[in-house]
Design a protein around this ligand. Structure first.
Ligand SMILES: Cc1cc2nc3c(=O)[nH]c(=O)nc-3n(C[C@H](O)[C@H](O)[C@H](O)COP(=O)(O)OP(=O)(O)OC[C@H]3O[C@@H](n4cnc5c(N)ncnc54)[C@H](O)[C@@H]3O)c2cc1C
Length: 303
């Protein structure tokens, strides 16, 4: 099986999310080729086939031209899967490609199961496995759901060109209004659970997150109680995260929470219950009162 991965280039930079596509492909166990509208001055660290079109000529985004270029690469490569990151680029281009190829599309994949691709459903409250009915499928993966993999370079570049005109013009990017935190990109997350007791204790957890150079996360009851806003929630109905360090403070380890953080590289849990289910995924379980342990650790880090 073979996947054509669709890299991304924005504001003259190759996006790191491109490497999450390789992580996904590695888990799927498929061969890869890469397609990118970018620049030969910023080649990805990838020792395979790269179908490269020039972004200065075709725009960082132009659905007409990028679709034409990509269909050309698909024709040469005959992949079983065409895989995008579920970004504004991916969710706009993927369905255009799927419709043209009459291929199934599976969007916002967060994991792989024996049955197929794992995606959210019921307004992201649950998950289900999806198996494409067509032989070829167009996929988008949720940012942060798969560990990035850098295969190492340099690639064998196949320059791509597209004929024809377009009525569209790429005029630039407008940054979205800042809303909450982007936990998917955080390297350290310290999350507060119901075990912290009350809203007034949130600053104690936030102070540890800050001391570690990370972000504040939370379990759902903490969000539902209005102690922090939903942008901080980790889990099936919050964000899926994979930081280098995840600290769960007063969090029991319900399946819906674990689904959002179990791919973290190193997990430390602080819980007064030594048998709390979070202990099953934690690398270190600190059995302590969270409101004693966390301030002590923050103070120690400050020394
Ligand atoms: C459809 C659906 C979607 C959901 N989505 C999410 C989601 O996205 N994210 C999510 O987090 N949850 C989600 N939930 C809720 C989930 O099932 C759990 O209820 C929730 O994760 C529990 O949060 P918690 O661990 O903070 O609280 P609890 O389960 O109440 O655990 C509190 C923990 O704190 C410990 N504790 C108490 N006091 C202290 C102390 N002083 N010191 C140290 N430890 C202490 C306790 O031993 C316990 O383990 C969802 C549920 C449903 C049904």
């Amino acid at each position: 099986m073979k996947a054509l991965l669709i890299g991304e280039y924005r504001e003259a930079k190759l996006l790191d999310s491109t490497y999450e596509l390789f992580g996904f492909a590695a888990q799927l166990g498929v061969k890869t080729a890469l397609f990118l509208v970018g620049s030969d001055s910023q080649l990805p660290a990838y020792n395979g086939t790269l179908y490269l079109a020039d972004a200065t000529k075709y725009g960082e985004y132009n659905p007409d031209l990028h679709k034409r270029l990509l269909l050309e690469a698909i024709g040469k490569e005959s992949p079983d899967y065409i895989v995008f990151v579920h970004s504004s680029y991916g969710w706009d281009l993927a369905p255009r490609i799927a419709a043209t190829l009459k291929a199934a599309q599976v969007s916002e994949i967060v994991g792989l199961t024996e049955e197929g691709f794992e995606v959210g459903c019921c307004n992201a409250k649950m998950r289900r496995s999806v198996k494409p009915a067509s032989q070829r499928a167009v996929l988008t993966i949720q940012a942060g759901a798969f560990q990035p993999v850098q295969p190492g370079g340099p690639p064998q570049v196949h320059p791509m060109t597209a004929e024809g005109t377009t009525t569209l013009e790429f005029v630039g990017y407008e940054p979205a209004e800042e809303k909450g935190v982007d936990l998917a990109r955080a390297e350290v997350i310290v999350s507060a659970g119901r075990g912290i007791g009350k809203k007034d204790n949130i600053p104690v957890i936030a102070a540890l997150a800050k001391a570690l150079g990370g972000e504040l996360g939370a379990s759902r009851p903490v969000v539902d109680a209005g102690w922090v806003d939903h942008g901080h929630q980790v889990g099936t109905t919050g964000q899926t995260v994979s930081p280098k360090l995840y600290m769960a403070c007063g969090i029991s380890g319900a399946i819906q929470h674990l689904a959002g953080m179990k791919k973290s590289e190193f997990i430390v849990a602080v819980n007064k219950d030594k048998d709390a289910p979070i202990g099953e995924v934690a690398d270190v379980l600190v059995v302590a009162d969270v409101m004693q342990f966390v301030p002590a650790l923050t103070a120690r880090l400050a020394r």
